[in-house]
Design a protein around this ligand. Sequence first.
Ligand code: IPD
Ligand code: CA
Ligand code: CA
Length: 259
Amino acid sequence: MAWTERLTLAEHAARAAGGLLRTRFGHRLDIRSKGLRSNLVTDADTASEDLIRATIAQRFPHDAVLGEEEGQRGSGSARWIIDPLDGTTNFAHGYPCFCVSIAFESDGEVVVGVVYDPMRDELFVAQRGEPARCNGGAMRVSKTAQLRDALLVTGFPPHDDNAVPNLAEFDAFMRRARALRRDGSAALDLCYVAGGRFDGFWEPDLHAWDVAAGALIVEQAGGTVSDYRGDALALEGRRIVASNGLIHSEMIDVLKGSQ
Ligand code: IPD
Ligand code: CA
Ligand code: CA
């Protein structure tokens, strides 16, 4: 089944929400912590989510929507999964690395994924069964065959001051890969793996809205996505590894060894 209408709507909503974020970027923001000190939310996050929800409701009023800021509304086999601003900490500090992530799931399977970076005007798009595209051009993962030649990216989830996750894994990859980066937007990290800018990505403690669109984009660009054991990714499984496929088993070995 083709999901062209949902895909077109997701592209439209992502561009509109991205435009809103671009307009507000660098201006005064209302910044709050939710739960943990390092977990930020701004008025731009909520305005972006409102805009995306309204855009979806106009065209597909019966679809359920899971959004990071408002949670799930509605139920049924058709569900949107949205992160209205992935990279809130960057956004709040004026670091221009953030995006909008919108996925559409049917019968439990993500079939459409769209990620939009408004600062670079890059629209990453995938539909299950078709090649992933960036601004219309086909995307392909890298050909790096060994971890020692790889550029990897990771992220550190909001955490308690006394329990910082991912440090052992970071240390282990630092010793084996060519270099590591930490950019602060999991959805963009995944798209950069899809486009071959990074060879691999891992992160603990992510949510469905962080990964739903980006994971599909990696797969449709020829990459591999799994949990830390190499098994199929569950959207709320929290731990994700994405790679060009060629270095995947080496990455899994490192993760198994550092737990
Ligand atoms: C965060 C970003 C970041 C990742 C965090 C996420 P948010 O999402 O994706 O890269 O390291 O784990 O929570 O809060 O900016 O939507
Ligand atoms: Ca996020
Ligand atoms: Ca967010």
